[in-house]
Design a protein around this ligand. Structure first.
Ligand SMILES: [Fe+2]
Length: 371
């Protein structure tokens, strides 16, 4: 039994300058990032780096067409090592670009086991959410298929990841809130997964504790209080990333993909929209086992009774990031069935990790409750 999968070497630095010196960044490196991060943290270092900016290829979350265009641009620029500095979108695209080897997105999805990466690859997360710096998954909106899907291959693991809190200082509050909620959801889903192990659960529960404690401080002191806690959020997101890299994410992520794919709701926010709705349905089916452990743990952090864990967490999360109904995102009621079909057809990779199996009727029930 695999207890913990961690194939990426982990580093932490106070600043990008320290990272650049240790990793000897130079002319063979191509940095894939967004322009504001590059101008603020890398341009002042006067390095002979090549750079690609995702906003030049499209806005919003990564699509197959954006990714294909970036594969071509990276190939043209030439590089020996790819440095990804950014949030989930940058990292998802960079994983595919680093491993593409002349292929395009659809070809890579068609045969993930054949993907081989010949280039060096380093990830610097600039949000505190995805944990994607330590996983082998890239989520791309496959516009030609009509939903977001995960591409999974060990070739997508980076050689190294560096946690640099400086990179999060300019992160807008809304992005901070959505990404840290995503990290919390990774921690909860991985702990409840049937594939969880004692090692992955150590990381899941520690991440939950850190994020809920930090959220309580923000709820009490205000948004600016987060700045002092960025290193803690970055570490918690990484713990949760390692945990779900082993145990997987589950139904929350599965149900969020049709919403994110069709209505372009950012990943963290679309997960948040369905999170406690899924948890409340789990406990209608099964309240004992790991769910009892989880509810007791969350309740102890909130100073509540275990039976109030999900409502209490909803209240705390609502003070960090307002929750919206599916209707408020523009979803039509007649689309819910289509969403449920898409989850059952396209997201079995995630649904297999659910705390208890959820069939199409249950998925539709959850969507209706969240409508
Ligand atoms: Fe996520």
């Amino acid at each position: 039994m695999k207890e913990l999968i961690l194939k990426t070497e982990l580093h932490s630095f106070r600043t990008c300058r320290e990272f650049a010196e240790t990793f000897a960044l130079g002319a063979d490196d191509l940095i894939l990032t967004i322009r504001p991060l590059y101008e603020k943290y890398f341009l002042p270092l006067s390095l002979p780096l090549k750079a690609l900016f995702i906003e030049d290829f499209g806005l919003g979350e990564p699509t197959d067409t954006m990714t294909d265009a970036m594969i071509d641009a990276a190939e043209k620029a030439g590089f020996r090592r790819l440095i990804a500095a950014g949030g989930g979108s940058v990292i998802d695209i960079a994983k595919v670009v680093a491993a593409a080897g002349g292929k395009h997105t659809d070809e890579l999805y068609a045969a993930p086991s054949e993907i081989r990466r010949s280039k060096g690859f380093v990830i610097l997360p600039a949000t505190c959410g995805t944990g994607s710096e330590v996983t082998n998954i890239s989520i791309i909106n496959r516009t030609r298929v009509g939903t977001k899907m995960g591409l999974v291959s060990d070739a997508l693991f980076a050689d190294a990841a560096a946690l640099i809190p400086e990179l999060l200082e300019g992160l807008p509050y809304e992005s901070f809130a959505a990404s840290s909620a995503d990290a919390l959801i990774h921690a909860v889903e991985s702990a409840l997964s049937p594939k969880a192990t004692p090692f992955s659960k150590l990381l899941s529960y520690r991440a939950i504790e850190m994020i809920i404690s930090n959220y309580s401080v923000i709820a009490a002191k205000g948004r600016e209080a987060r700045i002092e806690m960025l290193a803690s959020f970055l570490a918690a997101a990484n713990y949760a990333g390692i945990a779900f890299g082993t145990a997987g994410c589950a139904a929350v992520h599965a149900l969020s993909y049709p919403l994110g794919g069709k209505y372009h709701v950012p990943h963290g926010e679309s997960n948040y929209a369905v999170f406690t709705g899924v948890m409340k349905n789990y406990i209608e089916i099964k309240k004992d086992g790991e769910m009892a452990v989880m509810m007791g743990f969350i309740a102890s952090l909130l100073g509540a009774e275990p039976s109030e864990a999900w409502d209490g967490l909803d209240t705390l999360l609502g003070r960090i990031l307002p929750k919206r109904s599916l209707r408020e995102y523009g979803v039509r009621e007649d689309e819910l069935e289509e969403f449920a079909d898409s989850v059952i057809e396209c997201q079995q990779r995630l649904m297999a990790n659910s705390f208890v199996p959820l069939d199409k009727d249950r998925v539709l029930k959850i969507y209706r409750e969240l409508y």
